[in-house]
Ligand binder design. Structure first.
Ligand code: ZN
Length: 152
């Protein structure tokens, strides 16, 4: 697990410093906002969906390094994929970060996202890591509300 931890720090630092798909789209078909009040992370996610495919994706926002890096990695992971594939990836990612740190977890199909296995050791950070994913799910399902990591 220590290799994964080093890789985790490397990937988080890289994507926090140089977030991919950061900005806005000219013609988004979906926009969703996410807010994690526990940490103060906020993000706005835009998708351009063509047919059943997520053709373009962009995000803006402010927050901690983990939330920003997670949003960056999430946009990379779903871009060019179908909505169904993005939702399947949401389920896999959610299972990854909510599995207790001492329990075995499947990293299959997660690619670079597997580094977030490391976030399980920091329970307060799980919400930072999953904010972008909840926001993405709302965007593809066209739920017109702000995704929140806490119930009101
Ligand atoms: Zn955060």
């Amino acid at each position: 697990m220590s290799d994964l931890r080093e890789l985790y720090q490397e990937v988080i630092l890289d994507h926090n410093k140089r977030p991919r798909n950061f900005g806005t789209l000219d013609q988004p078909s979906r926009t969703a906002r996410g807010h994690n009040p526990l940490c103060g992370d906020r993000l706005t996610l835009q998708l351009a969906i063509e047919g059943d495919r997520i053709a373009q994706v962009a995000f803006e926002g402010s927050g901690c390094a983990i939330s920003k890096a997670s949003a960056s990695l999430m946009t990379e992971a779903i871009k060019g994929h179908t909505v169904a594939e993005a939702e399947a990836l949401f389920d896999r990612f959610h299972a990854l970060v909510t599995t207790p740190p001492d329990a075995p977890v499947s990293l299959e199909g997660l690619g670079k996202l597997a580094v977030f296995a490391g976030v399980r050791e920091y329970p307060a950070r799980v919400k930072c890591a999953s904010l972008a994913w909840h926001t993405m799910k709302n965007a593809v399902e066209a739920v017109p509300v702000t995704a929140r990591t806490e119930e009101e």
